[in-house]
Design a protein around this ligand. Structure first.
Ligand SMILES: Nc1ncnc2c1ncn2[C@@H]1O[C@H](COP(=O)(O)OP(=O)(O)OP(=O)(O)O)[C@@H](O)[C@H]1O
Ligand SMILES: [Mg+2]
Length: 365
């Protein structure tokens, strides 16, 4: 296998080796997106935005090269589509080391992860996606790996059981999670670098759109790239998928060149609004305002009413709505802000009177 070729595992049928999926895991899995691969930056210099993260990683890379040691263990967290897998791939390309990929749900027991550990070559990278879904036993099994590059294997059973220490090559574990809050303290502490990825600025997304238009062999005007960027919820993966849709629209309805009016028509047709919100985002805000009178309400009640998984709301829908301040989180639940009412063309209600006013005895009763 070439050093540059990631081993992508985790999608095979049950029982087909180390990367098999947990058969008890019936949550829908994200489809492997070939387009993600095609549009992924390969080197650190090609990564747009996330400057502070990229700078810290370049220091880690340089130190690792100079000392001839593996990278420190790195944890990436942040909402979907912001570049966690991209950064792992970039680090592997920069160092020219092997990369193995698996994910938390695919590692149901110690035996599932063991081959990854024993096969890891010196300096290589093991990428564990959705690491917050790693079962506790497997998590504890990798503590000594992350600290001392050894595994403790129990051989035999009962009275005859004995523990054997198996030394491993020195390699790097890169974890990715959309839910860093769900990670246990001991696991989090074993990552030397913690990198949080934030939503991208419009200018950054516009640059990504312009570059990826080239890779998709289409042309886009500057203001069309801006419009696409504004409507991509701060997320490169969405910018990519919206760009693909607009490209197809431009081919079908015009000469293939993406201008701003074409981008606007295509995104309107897809029901992506001027703020980049899609149907599901607007349904969330509408439910919060119409059913729960603007909140506060718990996410479980929202999920049940909308008939979607709680995780979908917390991981995919809410982070951007929070970031744009369409909703706020309070100790009593989610609440719609004035901006949310205005976005739906509704009049915002008068703010609640402060509690102490409510508690005053009424004078004229
Ligand atoms: N900093 C960046 N610069 C340029 N393009 C980027 C950047 N980050 C992400 N992208 C683009 O967005 C796509 C999705 O990114 P990526 O797969 O790394 O997201 P992720 O954080 O791993 O998401 P998930 O949580 O869903 O696994 C990439 O294929 C790439 O085209
Ligand atoms: Mg990913």
């Amino acid at each position: 296998m070439s050093a540059r070729e990631p081993i992508i595992t985790g999608g095979g049928p049950p029982g087909d080796g180390p990367g098999r999926r947990d058969v008890h895991d019936d949550r829908p899995q994200r489809p492997a997106d070939a387009m993600d691969e095609k549009l992924r930056p390969q080197r650190l210099a090609e990564v747009i935005g996330q400057r502070a993260v990229a700078e810290r990683l370049s220091i880690a890379l340089e130190a690792s090269r100079k000392r001839g040691e593996p990278l420190p263990h790195i944890l990436f967290d942040g909402p979907p589509g912001l570049g966690k897998t991209t950064f792992a791939t970039v680090l592997h390309n920069e160092l020219g080391v092997e990369l193995a990929m698996t994910s938390g749900p695919a590692l149901a027991k110690n035996a599932d992860i063991l081959p990854y550990l024993t096969n890891a070559s010196a300096g290589s990278i093991l990428f564990i996606d959705e690491i917050h879904r790693l079962p506790r036993v497997v998590e504890e099994f990798i503590y000594p790996v992350m600290e001392d590059f050894r595994v403790d294997i129990v051989l035999g059973e009962g009275m005859n059981a004995r523990t054997v220490n198996l030394p491993l090559k020195k390699f790097t574990i890169i974890g990715a999670t959309t839910r860093s809050g769900m990670l246990s303290g001991p696991l989090r502490d074993r990552f030397q670098l913690h990198e949080h990825l934030e939503f991208y600025e419009v200018e950054e997304l516009a640059r990504i759109v312009a570059i990826n238009a080239g890779k998709l062999r289409t042309t886009v005007t500057g203001d069309a790239a801006q419009e696409l960027a504004r409507r991509s919820r701060g997320t490169p993966r969405l910018a990519n998928s919206r760009l693909r849709w607009v490209r197809d629209y431009a081919v079908a309805r015009a000469d293939g060149h993406i201008t701003r009016p074409i981008a606007v028509d295509a995104l309107d047709m897809q029901e992506v609004d001027v703020e980049g919100l899609d149907r599901q985002d607007r349904r969330y805000i509408e439910t919060l305002i119409r059913v729960f009178r603007g909140g506060p309400t718990g996410v479980e009640a929202m999920a049940a009413t909308m008939n979607v998984a709680v995780d979908t709301l917390t991981d995919e829908v809410e982070p951007y709505l929070l970031r744009r301040e369409f909703i706020v989180r309070t100790p009593r639940g989610r609440r719609a802000t004035e901006a949310a009412y205005l976005h739906l063309g509704l009049e915002a209600p008068e703010p609640d009177p402060p509690f102490d006013l409510l508690d005053q005895p009424r004078l004229f009763e």
